[in-house]
Design a protein around this ligand. Structure first.
Ligand SMILES: [Zn+2]
Length: 281
């Protein structure tokens, strides 16, 4: 009996050695504040591993909504959903009882049952051509993360299109000035990418930019600090999972690809519990 107890004690000791340091690190990012963690790559706790974390939210990640021809082109396949399929996915989300919201809704704490956020990275013009009308038709919302230096560039959204999208359907978030990976970027350059894009977009659109997307999902403790200092309330990464709102500056997302069936995906199977209030901030 005593031996068994000792064995259990040793086992627990070893177990906590492997688990606890990672958790302690994660906790330093709670509510977007960074306390004491220096130059380490933060990792928000995946939804699956955090049973005590009720504030979770599915955030979908799209890039292009377009017809693409070359099925051997990995960029085309990984970053594109056809307009036809996109429309079907929106209908499916409705059927599953989801309500699309924006990060500004989240900040205001006005949440419908089963909220979900649809995000679109880079600011491609096809978002205006195909995503906007489909969302509008269904009274749904989205968030487009714009690379501020590409406004009006070939294949990207023009300012006129951005303005039209942001009147009632899309929230515009920032995706930096030039789309550099932020981890390892020199301090001054990093700040310029994070702060500059917010200022430019706010000036162009005349409304506050509260959300941010790390290009390539690349971030570091310093990058998170800059995002926080710049005044963003929410930031998304590309790691796969449900977002924990206790870690608003490293929110996980679910990549959407062509053919993905929400009915059979984690989205439908998981009991998505989200409290009707957001942590006081
Ligand atoms: Zn991007």
């Amino acid at each position: 009996m005593k031996n068994k107890f000792l064995l259990a004690l040793i086992f627990f000791g070893l177990f906590s050695l492997t688990i606890l340091p990672a958790r302690a690190l994660d906790l330093s990012y709670s509510r977007g504040r960074i306390e004491g963690a220096a130059n380490v790559v933060p990792a928000a706790i995946p939804f699956e591993k955090s049973s005590k974390d009720p504030l979770i939210l599915p955030i979908l990640m799209y890039h292009h909504i377009r017809v693409y021809k070359d099925l051997k082109d990995p960029v085309g396949v990984n970053l594109s959903v056809t307009p036809r399929f996109f429309a079907r996915q929106l209908d499916e989300l409705k059927r599953l009882g989801f309500h699309t919201i924006t990060f500004k809704d989240l900040r205001a704490g006005q949440l419908p049952p089963k909220p979900i956020i649809l995000t679109f990275d880079d600011g491609y013009e096809d978002n205006f051509l195909y995503a906007l009308p489909e969302l509008k038709k269904r009274g749904m919302r989205g968030v487009v993360f714009m690379i501020s230096s590409r406004v009006g560039a070939s294949g990207y959204l023009s300012l006129k299109e951005l303005k039209e999208m942001s009147s009632g359907v899309f929230e515009v978030g920032s995706h930096t000035v030039s789309h550099f990976g932020l981890a390892g970027l020199p301090a001054q350059k990093l700040r310029k990418e994070v702060v500059g894009s917010k200022k430019i977009l706010e000036k162009q659109l005349g409304s506050p930019i509260v959300s941010f997307s790390y290009p390539y999902g690349s971030y570091s403790a310093q990058a998170v600090r800059e995002v926080s200092a710049a005044g963003y309330d929410y930031a998304v990464v590309t790691r796969s999972g449900f977002a924990s709102l206790n870690y608003p500056l490293t929110l996980y997302r679910l990549r959407v690809v062509e053919g993905m069936n929400f009915q059979d995906s984690r989205l439908a199977r998981k009991k998505v519990r989200l409290l009707s209030r957001v942590d006081e901030r």
